[in-house]
Design a binder for this molecule. Structure first.
Ligand code: NDP
Length: 337
């Protein structure tokens, strides 16, 4: 049985997109293009650069990736005392640059993987043609889908405690979610804010025991078990949230909490949208790779890191698959050019 289904729309492109691409005259070529600058992208760059492939890497909207929004990384081997996410990613970048990676700021906005060389549009105004493509675009924080999240975006709603926590010193905030991210964000915020509510939809955490333990031992965190968010209120900025306790049960009740900040920590969505016409993904959007490799259903296109990993999603596994992608690309280029 073939691993991947038939790609009926391979090469199909909307007429308006074709027109858009025709207008772009700034075209550059590279052997290996890496998109993404998290642990996967930089590790792929280190390996590809050391293999003399002179890779070009586009950093994307969030240079350094998700780790730049985390606090201490304590589980990456080689850092016995831990290291901050931004410092670690700066080290990754320096190492990739040291071997000659052409690192650029820019966001991949479109892709045409119907033929080789592959064409990736950057910032809607430049096309990079690549013999081999390594996708390391990672994943992005999810939102609940409430209108109020948009209404108060940047005015009390955030998906990154380390980016925005500073603004809530001495105030009351809430974190939504019960996983490791939510616990980590709540603990971080507890060091700045007066009080942190955790809004957890079930009566248990999904987080690891060690993170749970830290939350339970942080006195200014209050856990609201079996609560869901109905909406936010406030005059221009968030002043509170309306929650529903034990939704759908006879004890269902509406609860209001006064908060200044509302932080989402409910998981992530893989950044694979621009490749969906060509690459096989799972239902959520994680790019499928041939097990044990980083090969996608399009020969010459490789995926590594969180964009293809719905299971482990760790910096060290992302780096591992980044290494695999560079080796897979190197071997593929040797056989196909
Ligand atoms: P997870 O998927 O692990 O957890 C998501 C949490 O959000 C769950 O508690 C889930 O509830 C809740 N949730 C999801 N959707 C909704 C919704 N619509 N409304 C309310 N709650 C919702 O994501 P994380 O980002 O926490 O973690 C991702 C991965 O990264 C995990 O493997 C984790 O271990 C790892 N990680 C590790 C860290 C570390 O080791 N220091 C730090 C951060 C992440 P429910 O449980 O009911 O599904």
């Amino acid at each position: 049985m073939a691993l991947f289904g038939k790609m009926d729309n391979l090469g199909a492109d909307q007429p308006e997109n074709q027109d858009k691409k025709k207008e772009i005259t700034d075209v550059e070529k590279t052997r290996v293009l890496i998109i993404g600058s998290g642990p996967a992208g930089y590790t792929a760059a280190i390996y590809a650069a050391r293999a003399n492939l002179k890779p070009m890497l586009y950093e994307g909207l969030q240079p350094g990736g998700q780790l730049t929004t985390t606090t201490d990384v304590e589980n990456y081997p080689g850092y016995p005392d831990g290291i901050t996410g931004p410092d670690m990613m700066e080290d990754f970048k320096k190492q990739a640059e040291r071997f000659g990676t052409d690192i650029r700021f820019g966001m991949a906005t479109d892709a045409d993987l119907s033929e080789r060389p592959f064409k990736v549009t950057i910032d809607d105004n430049k096309i990079i043609e690549a013999d081999a493509l390594i996708i390391a675009t990672g994943a992005t924080a999810k939102y609940l889908g409430l209108e109020d999240e948009k209404k108060y975006a940047g005015s009390g709603v955030s998906a990154c405690a380390t980016c925005d926590g500073f603004f809530y010193r001495g105030k009351d905030v809430a974190v939504v979610g019960g996983g490791d991210t939510a616990c980590e964000e709540a603990i971080y915020l507890a060091g700045l804010a007066n009080k942190v509510y955790m809004i957890v939809r079930r009566d248990v955490f999904r987080a690891s025991k060690v993170m749970q333990h830290r939350v339970f031992n942080t006195p200014n965190i209050e856990i609201l078990w079996e609560h869901q968010t109905k909406g936010l209120y406030g005059d221009g900025v968030v002043e509170g949230a309306v929650l529903v306790k034990k939704k759908g049960t006879p004890e269902e009740e509406e609860v209001k909490i006064k908060i200044d900040g509302f932080f989402l920590a409910i998981g992530h969505k893989p950044n694979s949208d621009i490749f969906q016409d060509y690459l096989e993904t799972d239902q959520v959007g994680y790019i499928k790779t041939i097990p044990g490799t980083t090969k996608t259903n399009v020969p010459g296109v490789f995926a590594c890191g969180d964009v293809q990993d719905s299971v482990y999603r760790q910096a060290v596994t992302a780096a591992g698959t980044g290494c695999m992608a560079a080796i897979d690309a190197e071997r593929w280029l040797a056989e196909n050019s």
